[in-house]
Design a protein around this ligand. Structure first.
Ligand code: LRH
Ligand code: MN
Length: 396
């Protein structure tokens, strides 16, 4: 790789940061059960400790996403301990994720529930989550809703849309000036007939209805296989409504597999649309890059390190596309030339430049190897095995 491209990779890596999810370190599974890992994290301290390891070894994940019901057992009063842990493990709390899908009361929805009392409970939990974010100096409140129905005729879709607008507006009114509301869409699961926020258009309209600090969150696993995700990204950029990503990979549906394990070119095309937008407009897109995966079989910390380094590599490959040339080829409708510029960048081995960048930062050239040599896994396995062996695994 020539020096000019290596310089571009260095500059790209300087600004690339990605947030890890606290729940990515915990024992998770599918509805058919979960295979327990002795070293899995279950307390918020263990999740910050593991996230701290990933940041120490990669240097690019200074924040960890917090899921309120799973990580803040005392609600707002859990913030003092989280601040302490942030100092101890040198990773900051990132996006705050309210949980509006687990409680029994949400059987027929949260913001979309016909029962106003349930909508009020959901709204209060969301307001508490905004307060948690304020106390933790977290910028983003990231909202996903399982709301929907399983059978035709069982839900008034228009009424539910109105209730979502009302509740999102009320949530937006709670935000401090610097805070953002991220609205995540998903076409199905756990609802299998209609989902209230099923696609990017619905999320965009509801975000606009909520207020100027609301943006759309794109979870890469929340699309039908035939959908062109990078086109959605380009549109959201053009509308200045793209707030962030939940990165993962999938072969079939919302499989939450490790990023780039099935279709790395997909993530490359997404990064390309963002970097091409920034080159063309001179604007820095204000995007929160985040991971949302459940590591059911792989070692959870290794899977997270693998994800972060894969994201770095795909971001670096996208950064070396020659945009000047590309713009000219697009203008001339030189299809082969234009496509080759992306394919050449994707085919470029950027790993030597990334290793030089890590070296220049005093970071291990190979974070996975460094993790395996660190003895961290052996230590936490001893500490956590007995407790983890007691947790339940069955589906029913
Ligand atoms: C829903 C989702 C959402 C999270 C959850 C863990 O599928 O993507 O972002 O709250 O996974
Ligand atoms: Mn998600």
């Amino acid at each position: 790789m020539d020096a000019r491209k290596a310089e571009i990779v260095f500059r790209a890596l300087e600004k690339f940061r990605i947030e890890v999810p606290s729940w990515g370190f915990a024992n998770t599974g599918t509805r058919f059960g979960k295979f327990l890992q002795a070293a899995a994290a279950s307390t918020i301290e263990e999740k910050f400790s593991d996230a701290g390891q990933v940041h120490q070894l990669t240097g690019v994940c200074p924040t960890v996403a917090v899921h309120v019901q799973w990580d803040c057992p005392e609600g707002v009063d859990s913030t003092a301990e989280i601040k302490k842990l942030a100092g101890q493990y040198r990773v900051q709390p990132g996006s705050i994720n309210p949980n509006l899908f687990q409680d029994q009361g949400y059987k027929y929805g949260s913001f979309g529930n016909p029962d106003k009392a349930i909508r009020d409970v959901a709204l209060q939990h969301t307001k508490d989550s905004v307060e948690i974010a304020r106390r933790l100096q977290s910028r983003d409140i990231s909202m996903w809703f399982a709301d929907g129905s399983n059978y035709p005729g069982t839900a008034n879709i228009r009424h539910r849309k109105r209730w979502f607008e009302e509740c999102l507006k009320a949530t937006h009114a709670e935000l401090s000036p610097g805070q953002r509301l991220l609205v995540e869409y998903k076409p199905f699961e756990p609802a299998f007939y209609h989902t209230d926020i099923a696609d990017w258009g619905m999320a965009l309209l509801l975000s606009r209805a909520a207020g100027p600090q609301a943006r759309v969150l794109v979870d890469t696993g929340h699309h039908y296989l035939a959908q062109n995700i990078e086109q959605i990204v380009a549109w959201l950029l053009a509308e200045d409504m793209l707030g962030g990503f939940h990165f993962n990979d999938r072969r079939y549906a919302d499989d939450d597999l490790t990023l780039g394990s099935i279709d790395p070119y997909q993530v490359f095309r997404i990064f390309h649309e963002i970097l091409f937008f920034e080159w063309e407009t001179g604007k820095q897109a204000d995007i929160a890059y985040m991971i949302d995966q459940s590591h059911n079989l792989k070692g959870k910390i290794e899977a997270m390190i693998q994800t972060v380094t894969m994201a770095q590599m795909l971001f670096s490959k996208a950064a070396i596309v020659d945009y000047q040339e590309l713009a000219a080829a697009q203008k001339d409708c030189d299809l082969v030339r234009a496509e080759s510029l992306l394919q050449d960048a994707f085919a470029t081995d950027v790993r030597p430049a990334i290793q030089q960048w890590r070296d220049s930062k005093g970071l291990p050239k190979d974070p996975i190897a460094a993790f395996r040599e660190s003895g961290y896994l052996e230590r936490i396995t001893k500490e956590r095995a007995e407790r983890n062996s007691r947790s339940v695994t069955s589906y029913a």
